[in-house]
Design a protein around this ligand. Sequence first.
Ligand code: AMP
Length: 232
Amino acid sequence: MANNRNIVIILMGPPGVGKGTQSFLLQKHYNIPALSSGNILSNFIQNNIDNKGEQGELASKLKKIINRGELIQDEIITDIISKRMLHSDCQRGCILDGFPRNVNQADILSSIIEGAGVKPDIIAVVSISLDAEMLFKRISGRIVCKGCRASYNKYFLPTVVAGVCDNCGGVEFLNRDDDSEDVIRNRIKTYRAETSPLIEYYRGKTWGLLEVDGDNSHVAIFDQIKAYIASL
Ligand code: AMP
């Protein structure tokens, strides 16, 4: 039973491919925490406010980089992930959503796992891919109701009445700061240039790699990942 084994799941894929959804499902299924590097960074930025209500220097530097759709420095993200993995909830493993993001981070990952005292029986690497135009629509179409946080997509899951939340009737919607069109294109470009070489990197590793088509339904993708982990 995979559920009794210590598992580290590395989820790779461009922005908008559905890593967050899979993380959520896998977290519940294997009862291990999902560590989203993007969420950890955005919490760090939000909490880094001094007593004058101003953002700390590091936080504002990180925010600028994220809002350009580029990667932050390896030393910073590896330090943040190492510290998070030391928490006791990671002892049986975890899901890494958004880390590693380049070959250098992938090289460091084994020592992070070891340093955290996690002894995985299984390391499952999953790469979800999707065509760039589809990704663009998935991200640029994403809107969240300001009132109740219900999420929609103007291309794939629009509100019944344009501009009105189906759930609460609210008329104000939010986008992520890094969800503007130029930034989205840049995030996809950054993924291609820096992160996609990891697919070849992990193909060459003894752990193996599951490659999944992100156009499948989230349920089908989840089933493929579970079947893959069971086969390891
Ligand atoms: P995500 O929500 O995973 O797309 O992350 C949002 C942003 O955080 C990315 O566009 C990067 O700027 C930054 N980020 C997240 N994870 C990493 C990482 N492993 N290495 C460098 N930057 C990262």
